[in-house]
Design a protein around this ligand. Structure first.
Ligand SMILES: CC(C)(COP(=O)(O)OP(=O)(O)OC[C@H]1O[C@@H](n2cnc3c(N)ncnc32)[C@H](O)[C@@H]1OP(=O)(O)O)[C@@H](O)C(=O)NCCC(=O)NCCS
Length: 185
């Protein structure tokens, strides 16, 4: 039996997360997620959850560190953060893990966010595009998103970047469906 995905390769992770992303006139440093990022990541992600922007956690409840850590950090094969070159502020991030175990482990799953004040300049698109490179380097050959809300502006982005809807799961989030997106890498 062939095993397509290789084991975690931290050296690849740290090499590939270092990159300068330029979105419009703004410049961002992409870096591997480090413990010094954790508090900023938690705060930024908690804000996104509280505003009900694309993630299934309960918006009305505070997002506890333990829950964030289990969701975004602990299960990750690799994670990167984008910090604004101008002031070092956290601007965006992605986390990536296998979408399934064993023979399903060659398909990656990733989550992304861009902090509100940095949206609309193309950082989200650059994060998604760069995550393909990172995924390939980790041995993934496809990418799947399982929880894309019907009204998420990210859907246009994903479709523009070659994803297609491979499923619709009815009545998942407050009675509304979510879409499953997939593309080959
Ligand atoms: C999705 C997200 C990462 C996009 O980040 P971004 O840096 O603004 O993305 P870009 O500038 O590359 O723009 C991507 C698209 O989103 C649109 N967009 C960006 N911000 C938007 C906003 N606040 N409202 C509506 N549309 C927005 C852009 O117009 C663009 O649309 P297009 O694909 O039709 O051209 C960001 O909006 C976000 O973090 N959302 C909350 C978390 C989330 O939904 N994550 C994905 C979970 S599936």
């Amino acid at each position: 039996m062939s095993v397509k995905r290789t084991a975690r390769q931290p050296t690849i992770t740290s090499q590939l997360c270092y990159k300068r992303l330029v979105a419009d006139a703004d410049s961002y440093d992409l870096l591997p997620t480090a413990p010094s990022d954790h508090a900023d990541l938690h705060a930024a992600f908690a804000t996104i959850v509280a505003k009900d922007e694309g993630y299934p956690q309960f918006p009305g409840a505070p997002l506890m560190w333990e829950d964030f850590e289990a969701y975004w950090l602990r299960s990750a094969t690799v994670g990167c953060v984008a910090r604004a070159k101008a002031d070092g502020a956290l601007a965006g991030a992605f986390t990536m893990k296998p979408n399934g175990v064993g023979r399903a482990g060659h398909v990656a799953n990733a989550g992304y966010f861009v902090v509100d004040s940095h949206r609309g300049v193309g950082l989200g698109e650059r994060l998604v595009l760069h995550s393909f490179e990172v995924a390939r380097a980790h041995g993934f050959d496809a990418m799947q998103y399982n929880f894309v809300f019907a009204d998420n502006p990210a859907r246009r982005l994903y479709e523009r970047l070659g994803f297609r809807v491979v499923g619709e799961v009815p009545a998942v989030i407050d009675g509304k469906p979510v879409f499953i997106y997939w593309r080959k890498l």
